[in-house]
Design a protein around this ligand. Structure first.
Ligand code: BES
Ligand code: ZN
Ligand code: ZN
Length: 498
């Protein structure tokens, strides 16, 4: 499927579906809309009135097979008030258009969504519309034996989005291009999360990282991980026959870089809990435990295509947390890359161990302005914020705010929790520098406090706990149930704005 911006459309051109917004209590007015309306034997505006359609935000009305003369189905999109209309409203409307086109087996669509007057630029609007059009059609069918019947096939080939002028057209087109790159990165991240755990051992993630074009990638195998002293990550992998890997990726812009940022992802390809075994129900979704790594890989795939003027190091700390015969035991002491020793009291608190070595490694070897890690780290984050909101905890308020603001633009919600030092007391160990678990309550804060021990005191660091939004438990407006690719769009937005 392709999206294309046009500022001129011949009245004779045929479309299978026409999407018309309804804003500020009326049907969007445009000469082309009027001429379509004239062809109908029933006046659209009167019809909508009769249907009692008020154009509330998120409501749509499908007008199908009304009149052969119209030659197309019409989808009316409720957008509420234009003064309150945000990019996220456009995304949700664009998703409705793409999904309707698919279910009605339309091949060509004309959309007036891009002409609604909102506060954002034509480029941002084009990007939002392209992202949601593509992502709403995302599916993961690789492991299905039966292919969909022809009668259910998606026939959509092209969505034409209207521009008000040739200048707007080129801006819209530029945005559409960006939206396509972003949605490819998100889809890649979703694919990795959705991949069954028997098909994505840590070494597979290493290979996927190596395939990404435009970045330089190094993969450390388990021997190297052990020999250089990444004892925490190594310990997590001990109970599995699939050895751990550590990945460093590097994107260097052609232009002079304004800033240098490190992004780090938890890459536990399956979290059984290890010897501190999880109950069966809790294991069902634990292939998702590499969603942080999947976000890093998705972002690194997008960067060389959109070429932002920032240098980015991407890290993946990957292991499979299993209870095999050589598995680490509660009570084991491991030594992290920065020399600190950790008493592993609970083998299910493994993500922080993997991240400890990644954070230590980049702290010792790279000088960066910001460090951001992403991890499906604690069930407590879901208890606190549910399955749609990411928890953010960090050492630099301006960095935290930049990422939260980027999330407001992309529609990915982020909420800050306090990094309460008083709770660190809970990590005291009888035998080592720290335990890997803290006191009973405040699990998300505790986990972040643990990670903080592995970055410099002065580092501007932000931890994003994506345990909730890494998976759509029910369909989202432009994401089917399963992996969401959360934080790919938000962190790219953040990097672009630096
Ligand atoms: N991967 C889990 C966290 C998780 C739980 C993510 C549910 C998504 C949904 C993590 O490794 C874990 O098991 N954390 C423990 C920490 C505890 C042992 C201190 C938890 O949250 O229970
Ligand atoms: Zn765990
Ligand atoms: Zn985990």
């Amino acid at each position: 499927m392709k999206l294309k911006a046009e500022s001129q459309i011949s009245k004779r051109r045929q479309f299978d579906l026409i999407a018309i917004p309804f804003v500020d209590n009326k049907l969007f007015s445009h000469s082309l809309v009027d001429s379509i309306n004239k062809k109908l034997s029933l006046d659209l505006k009167k019809l909508l009135k009769r249907l009692d359609f008020k154009g509330e935000e998120g409501k749509t009305e499908m007008i199908a097979g009304l009149d052969a003369a119209a030659g197309a189905d019409i989808l009316v999109l409720g957008l509420g008030k234009s003064s309150e209309c945000k990019l996220e409203n456009l995304r949700q409307a664009a998703a409705a258009v793409a999904k309707t086109a698919k279910s009605r087996q339309a091949k060509s669509v004309l959309s007036f969504l891009s002409l609604v007057k909102i506060k954002n630029s034509a480029q941002e609007m084009g990007q939002a519309i392209a992202e949601a059009s593509h992502l709403s059609l995302y599916k993961f069918d690789k492991y299905r034996g039966k292919k969909p019947e022809a009668s259910k096939k998606n026939k959509l080939q092209e969505i034409t989005v209207m521009a008000s002028s040739p200048k707007d057209k080129s801006q819209l087109q530029a945005g559409i291009r960006l939206g396509e790159y972003l949605s490819e990165g998100v889809a890649f991240s979703r694919d990795l999360v959705n991949t069954p755990p028997n098909q994505k051992a840590p070494e597979v993630l290493g290979r996927e990282a190596k395939k990404i074009k435009g970045v330089t990638t190094r993969v450390f195998d388990h021997k190297k991980i052990k020999s250089i002293g990444m004892g925490a990550l190594y310990g997590v992998g001990m109970g599995s026959n699939n050895p751990p890997v550590f990945v460093e990726m590097h994107y260097k812009p052609k232009k002079k870089a304004k800033k240098c940022v490190a992004i780090v992802g938890k890459g536990i390809t399956f979290d059984s809990g290890g010897l501190s075994l999880k109950p069966p129900k809790a294991q069902e979704t634990m292939k998702d435990d590499m969603a942080g790594a999947a976000a890093v890989l998705g972002i690194m795939k997008v960067l060389p295509r959109i070429q932002p003027a920032v240098e980015v190091y991407g890290y993946v700390a990957s292991a499979e947390n299993m209870p095999g015969g050589r598995a680490q035991r509660p009570g084991d002491v491991v030594k992290a890359y920065n020399g600190k020793t950790i008493e592993v009291m609970n083998t299910d608190a493994e993500g922080r161990l993997a991240l400890a070595d990644a954070l230590s490694y980049l702290t010792r070897h790279r000088k960066v302005d910001y460090i951001i890690d992403m991890a499906t780290l604690t069930g407590a984050a879901m208890v606190a914020l549910g399955d749609r909101i990411t928890a953010a905890l960090g050492t630099d308020e301006s960095l935290t705010q930049k990422v939260i603001q980027a999330g407001k633009k992309t529609g990915e919600k982020i909420w800050e929790l306090p990094l309460e030092e008083e709770y660190w007391e809970g990590f005291k160990s009888e035998v080592a520098d720290m335990k890997n678990i803290g006191a009973m309550w405040g699990g998300t804060i505790n986990a972040a406090l643990f990670l903080k021990q592995f970055v410099d005191k002065k580092a501007k660091w932000l931890h994003l706990d994506i345990a909730g939004p890494s998976r759509a438990y029910k369909p989202w407006p432009y994401c089917p149930p399963g992996g969401t690719g959360i934080m790919v769009r938000t962190l790219v937005q953040f990097l672009e704005e630096l």
